[in-house]
Design a protein around this ligand. Structure first.
Ligand code: XMP
Length: 484
């Protein structure tokens, strides 16, 4: 029987084992459409997410990812209150329509208004009588107030310009511009203030045309939760998380499956579940009515799962296993871990992934948590596995904790080269993806997934793939190999 096991062994392939075969193409790289689905209800113009790891994604990273068309998943190695406040920070970063609008009454003393403006950092407040809008008071109005003026009614602008709540952002922009005003209150049919649009937020929106936004124009953000932490998931959804990522090293586990069932009943935001690496796991998890699958057992740059536990599936095979099943139900697949170059993104998608999740490639950016470190005159940033001793001592429970304070690590701690801003990294990665789409004649991600073929690479082929017979004197931004 054991001999049979060996005879029937299946082959697993990873990024370096394959290349996508070029084919006749009638598109230029810049014409390719890289829009793709992260989860059932979330589309990304840049098909990349940042990993929920404590050296990768907090609010600053999530804001940058979302502004440039991807999405950030806030890590869970902090209290649920802290995590919720990071989600709130991202959601409030660019609220095109402010919903809980502060208002004042015409009889409010000017000093009180000044105080509200200073403490809440607001420049203008709609004035309401009962619930009805009757004016607006701005910082400028207060600056010109004389001693004789005591209350809001003395200084407010009475012929306030407002608009109906169902106005489009384009219409709002026109009104703001035409009237040279900063703030536009939105009202319902009883003239009750139900929102506020500011010109500053509209301008920001134009600055980031690719951004991943919700219906209200706020940046989208994801948050990770442990498989059994339903209370955390509820709290994060309440704070505005657009997707809950159930974050476990092995989602194909009966207890996890039972808990996902419970979570689905109380969470209406998208749920992404993982990690998994087989078609059977995909089958079982999809049946729980989730909205996306995260694939990868052990491919990550900081992972030691495969050597510690002897378990895993090489990543290209894992993606193909899961995507073959997911395609039948149209569930998006996220290729998570092991991506070192833009070419790996092309390969992941040709194997069936809809988007990719990055740890190492983003951990070195300005927007990741932590400061730069100088080693031998070169800049780095810290990066560690969520199953590393350091991360587990801080509370991470994604990997083996068998007793009290003793851990069995499945990850390492280290540093990755500093890579500048997220925007620059994504620009290089998406440039590579588009180039791959040009070579393979793929107009969009669907064509890259379904219309391409792989060729196997030998050890000699792999050597040929990389620059050879040269000492590199100037590293391009998309090919860094130097690790001391
Ligand atoms: P990359 O290669 O992008 O991988 O750095 C990021 C992904 O690695 C996973 N991850 C881990 N896997 N031990 C593991 O076996 C760990 O300590 C660990 N920490 C993170 C995770 O899926 C992440 O998105």
């Amino acid at each position: 029987m054991y001999t049979k096991k060996i005879e029937n062994i299946i082959e697993g392939l990873t990024f370096d084992d394959v290349l996508v075969i070029p084919s006749r193409s009638s598109i230029e790289p810049k014409e390719s459409d890289i829009k793709s689905k992260f989860s059932r209800h979330i589309s990304l113009n840049t098909p990349v997410s940042s990993a929920p790891m404590d050296t990768v994604t907090e609010a600053e990273m999530a804001v940058a990812m979302s502004r440039y068309g991807g999405i950030g998943i806030i890590h869970r190695n902090i209290s649920r209150n802290e995590q919720a406040s990071l989600v709130r920070k991202v959601k409030r970063e660019e609220s095109i329509i402010i919903r809980n609008v502060h208002t004042v009454d015409p009889s409010t003393p000017i000093e009180v208004v000044r105080n509200i403006m200073e403490t809440k950092k607001i420049n203008g407040l709609p004035v309401v009588s009962g619930e009805k809008i009757v004016g607006i008071v701005t910082k400028r109005d207060l600056e010109f107030a004389t001693r004789a003026m005591n209350t809001v009614s003395d200084v407010m602008v009475k012929d306030v310009i407002y608009a109906s709540d169902n106005i489009t952002l384009e219409e709002a922009r026109e009104i703001l511009y035409k009237n040279r005003i900063e703030k536009l209150p939105l009202v319902d049919d009883k003239k009750k203030v139900v929102g506020l649009i500011t010109s500053k937020d509209i301008t920001t929106r134009h600055k980031f045309p690719e951004a991943t936004r919700d219906e209200e124009g706020q940046l989208m953000v994801g948050a990770s939760v442990g498989p059994f932490d339903i209370d955390r998931a509820i709290m994060l959804e309440k704070e505005g998380a657009d997707v809950i990522v159930i974050d476990t090293a092995h989602a194909h586990n009966s207890n996890v499956i039972e808990s996902i069932k419970k979570m689905r009943k109380v969470i209406s935001a998208d749920i992404v579940a993982g990690n998994i690496a087989t078609g059977e796991a995909a089958e079982d998890i999809i049946s729980l009515d989730i909205d996306g699958l995260r694939v990868g057992i052990g491919p990550g740059s900081i992972c030691t799962t495969r050597v510690v536990a002897g378990i895993g599936v090489p990543q290209i095979s894992a993606i193909a296993n899961v995507a073959s099943v997911a395609a039948k139900s149209n569930i998006p697949v996220i290729a998570d871990g092991g991506i070192r170059f833009s070419g790996d993104i092309v390969k992941a998608m040709a194997a069936g992934a809809d988007t990719v999740m990055l740890g190492s490639l983003l951990a070195g950016t300005e927007e990741s948590p932590g400061n730069e470190i100088i080693i031998n005159g070169r800049k780095y940033k810290s990066y560690r596995g969520m199953g590393s001793i350091g991360a587990m001592q801080k509370g991470s429970d994604r990997y083996g904790k068998f007793s009290g304070s003793k851990f069995v690590a499945e990850g390492v701690e280290g540093a990755v080269p500093y890579r500048g801003k997220v925007e620059e990294v994504l620009f290089q990665l998406m440039g590579g993806l588009k180039s791959g789409m040009g070579y393979s004649g793929s107009r969009n991600i669907q064509e890259l997934k379904n219309g391409t073929r792989f060729i196997r690479v030998t050890a000699n082929g792999l050597r040929e793939n990389h620059p050879h017979d040269i000492r590199i004197m100037t590293e391009p931004p998309n090919y860094q190999t130097f690790y001391p």
